[in-house]
Design a protein around this ligand. Structure first.
Ligand SMILES: [Zn+2]
Length: 341
């Protein structure tokens, strides 16, 4: 019997050490409005309860080994009437009294590990806006592959699948969701008008050689390699072909934002190209910075995915298949989710 009790005690001790989750910092973000508890554990032991009557949200982190001792003051008074701490044994909790008509959502996010309490004035609580930009459309077919496979159709289909994957968690705006012509300038205007958080442009590559295959992802850069510049020139040429002076699309982001957007776009593009090519069984042609007119005009992080070479028999059989398009959209959506959460 005693042995059994010891075994239980040892188990409990091990359990509490394994599942300890210390609060490293408590932050109040104003945009988007959030209370963030930075944690040292990716799977923290926590509880959360909300009482409608008192509009009080209780969030408690359990298994705290090292107490967080800095004072916590409410810096989101437009959303929170009051913030009260509660410490007991190895638990550290917060009573957050919400202002009237404020909605909340509690989630665990990783890299860095944190518990996030999103606060908003609308019930949908979708904090982020993703703009999906299927390239070309209407009179602009984009590149044309074998069996008359058209870039504009492939990228629209992938774009719509991507929208379906994301719409439950994000505000999703498409620059086009039908077969219509949209100028490059209007595409970036759409993103800027609604304050996009990320911009994902979808294209397919063209090459006169059917031997070229694989996918690659571009981000906006004023400097580029000769290869990346040639791809940007090619995509920009469609704008020119349909009467648009693409050099009149100016870089909208100031220098600080330009660097910040690039800092965010590069790791996103890098992990996406690695995982997406692997998932699709396609060659990974890496990431490149280039001066794409459509990316130059936006004021947020953004990427342009060249999903494959439309003239390559291998790539075209993948990117023209509905099930593969869906698979691709699912993977891109997963990366967008990881990017934000
Ligand atoms: Zn294109």
């Amino acid at each position: 019997m005693i042995k059994k009790i010891y075994a239980v005690l040892i188990f409990m001790l091990l359990f509490s050490f394994t599942f300890s989750s210390n609060i490293k910092d408590v932050r109040f973000n104003s945009y988007p409005p959030q209370v963030v508890l930075d944690l040292d554990e990716s799977n923290p032991n926590y509880v959360t309860e909300y009482d409608e009557n008192s509009r009080t949200l209780f969030v408690e982190v359990r298994g705290v080994n090292t107490p967080y001792n800095k004072s916590v003051t409410n810096k989101l008074s437009k959303y929170l009437e009051s913030v009260q701490e509660y410490k007991y044994d190895r638990s550290h909790g917060f009573f957050l009294k919400l202002q009237k008509n404020i909605f909340h959502k509690v989630s665990i996010r990783r890299s860095p590990n944190r518990l996030v309490i999103d606060l908003s004035r609308n019930a949908t609580n979708k904090q982020y806006t993703v703009v999906i930009d299927p390239g070309h459309g209407g009179k602009d077919t984009g590149a044309i592959g074998s069996k008359n496979l058209r870039e504009k159709d492939v990228v629209l289909s992938i774009g719509k699948y991507l929208r379906d994957e994301l719409k439950s968690d994000f505000n999703v705006v498409m620059t086009r969701d039908t077969d219509e012509f949209i100028s490059l300038k209007n595409r970036s205007n759409i993103a800027n008008r609604i304050g996009a958080d990320i911009y994902v442009s979808i294209h397919a590559n063209s090459s006169n050689s059917s031997a070229h295959n694989g996918m690659e992802i571009f981000y906006f850069s004023k400097k580029s390699s000769p290869y990346a510049a040639s791809i940007a020139r090619y995509e920009n040429s469609f704008g020119e072909k349909y009467g648009e002076n693409t050099s009149s699309i100016v870089q909208i982001a100031g220098e600080i934002a330009y660097n910040k957007n690039q800092e965010k776009s590069i790791p996103f593009a890098d992990s996406l190209t690695k995982n997406l090519s692997k998932t699709m069984g396609m060659k990974n042609r890496g990431i490149h910075g280039a001066n794409f007119a459509v990316l130059r005009g936006i004021n947020c992080p953004g990427v342009l995915i060249e999903v494959g070479f439309i003239k390559s028999p291998k790539d075209s059989s993948i990117i023209s298949s509905r099930s593969h398009q869906k698979k691709m959209a699912k993977k891109i959506a997963e990366h967008i989710r990881n990017y934000f959460y």
